[in-house]
Design a binder for this molecule. Structure first.
Ligand code: ADP
Length: 435
């Protein structure tokens, strides 16, 4: 098959080899591979050592199936290695092989070669006819070869069409997948918004029950009854149960927030962190009753601009864990201070307990959603593994930091740094989704 200008713009190589893969003719060489030493060499000598076995398999495949599509072989070139997408056919005992660095180029290359091939076939046919008129026996063999070449040619063209069709199908599939992904993301968003609104609705009546419970408790205390515990005991149980239900609902909100972290924004307002911690401690009082509590704010107030609801949740999560993972009567100490040497200055909150601790090997993982350390699972302490992931998310949203130190059977300390950003520079909540 002679060279042609049609092949010049395509980056690739086209070779004619004998049935054993010895290169006989270079039809095109636009890759800058040295032309002269190629002829007479085996195809296996042309490729990288890592591709030798694959080339032998390619030759074996050609002997069995006559055609091979898109085999990736690596060849050395100048000072690098190129991966070539190779297409090959066995034509009348000869192997015709093209290879280009990209699959689309290989297709284009093939197409160009097929066009040339068609032109030459017509010329050849004419020549064969002319020869046949003079030497009928010799031309019969050539005619058979030509027929086989034509058959192979149409096989290759069909394969190429099939390839193009598959490519189109793949593109359509990719578009459909993208649409499905968008639909799923929208459905997820809707679900999370639904969870958010329903949990808020559930929390409101519980907060009312808790409030009335407290009023009743105070009235009972004032009544000076003979056996006040008969009333106060059940009231405390109602309070603790309601608190647990609120915690469970908050857990659901944590989960929804984690799942929509991309769209979450903070809704900042100015408030006093010392007051916030006091409020959380009051709320957790029924659960804290059997522990020793030490709250040490080193400043009378720590005013900053943060998201009130998120910080309340974060503080609640950390203190609830200290309660849950340490036995009764043990000390839970909470300190709050101002660190003014950083820019911007930040508040540092430390929550330490004398509880079960976290195994050293698992310390790194406890902020992952749903991760729970082996010691607490073995001891049957209930939990979901969502709280700390949510804590970290809230701290990240505020540009803060969290670290933990712990020793098993000794206790755990969480240290949280929150930058104090002036209210004017805080990002607004215009497009926020408040959970
Ligand atoms: P949960 O408490 O629901 O299991 P969290 O996300 O709040 O989930 O905590 C993740 C894990 O981190 C806990 O399961 C526990 O193994 C560990 N952990 C968190 N806080 C403490 C603590 N104060 N003491 C010991 N282990 C803790």
């Amino acid at each position: 098959m002679p060279k042609s200008d049609v092949l010049t713009p395509i980056q690739g190589i086209a070779l004619l080899c004998d049935s054993q893969g010895i290169i006989q003719q270079i039809i095109a060489n636009n890759l800058g591979l040295a032309a002269a030493p190629l002829v007479g060499q085996a195809l296996t000598a042309l490729v990288e050592p890592s591709s030798v076995e694959k080339t032998q398999n390619l030759l074996a495949t050609l002997h069995m199936q006559r055609v091979a599509f898109d085999w990736l072989l690596y060849v050395p070139s100048a000072n690098s290695v190129i991966g070539l997408h190779c297409y090959a056919g066995m034509v009348g005992g000869q192997i015709f092989i093209v290879g280009t660095p990209s699959q689309p180029d290989a297709e284009a290359f093939f197409e160009a070669l097929m066009q040339i091939n068609n032109q030459h076939q017509n010329t050849l046919r004419q020549m064969m006819k002319d020869v046949a008129m003079q030497q009928p026996t010799a031309s019969l063999v050539q005619a058979n070869r030509l027929d086989e070449f034509s058959r192979l040619n149409s096989e290759l063209i069909n394969a190429q069409r099939e390839l193009a069709k598959r490519n189109r199908e793949l593109t359509t599939l990719a578009q459909e997948n993208a649409q499905l992904y968008q639909d799923a993301a929208a459905a997820l968003q809707l679900r999370n918004e639904f969870i958010s609104s329903i949990t808020h609705d559930l929390k409101t009546p519980l907060t009312t029950i808790k409030g009335y419970g407290e009023i009743l408790r105070r009235r009972v205390t004032r009544l000076e009854l003979a056996e006040p515990d008969k009333l106060i005991g059940p009231l405390d149980t109602i309070d603790a149960t309601v608190q647990r239900m609120i915690e469970q609902i908050e857990g659901l909100l944590d989960l929804a927030r984690l799942q929509m972290s991309d769209t979450l924004r903070i809704n900042p307002s100015e408030f006093d962190l010392v007051l916030l911690v006091q409020r959380v401690l009051k709320m957790l009082a029924p659960l804290l009753a059997r522990h020793q509590l030490q709250f040490t704010p080193l400043e009378p107030s720590l005013i900053g601009c943060w998201d009130l609801l998120y910080l309340e949740r974060m503080v609640t999560n950390i203190i609830s864990n200290a309660i849950k993972y340490s036995p009764p009567a043990r000390l839970i100490s909470i300190s709050l201070r101002l660190e003014s040497s950083t820019t911007p200055p930040q508040t540092i909150m430390e929550v330490c307990d004398q509880g079960v601790g976290i195994p050293a090997a698992e310390l790194k993982r406890i902020f992952e959603p749903f991760y729970r350390a082996e010691n607490v699972r073995k001891q049957g302490i209930k939990g979901t593994g969502i709280g700390l992931a949510s804590v970290r998310q809230i701290i990240d949203l505020h540009g803060g930091t969290i670290s933990v130190t712990s020793e098993e059977h000794v206790g755990t300390c969480f240290t949280i740094g929150l930058p104090i950003i002036p209210s004017s520079t805080q990002h607004g909540a215009d497009e926020s989704i408040a959970l």
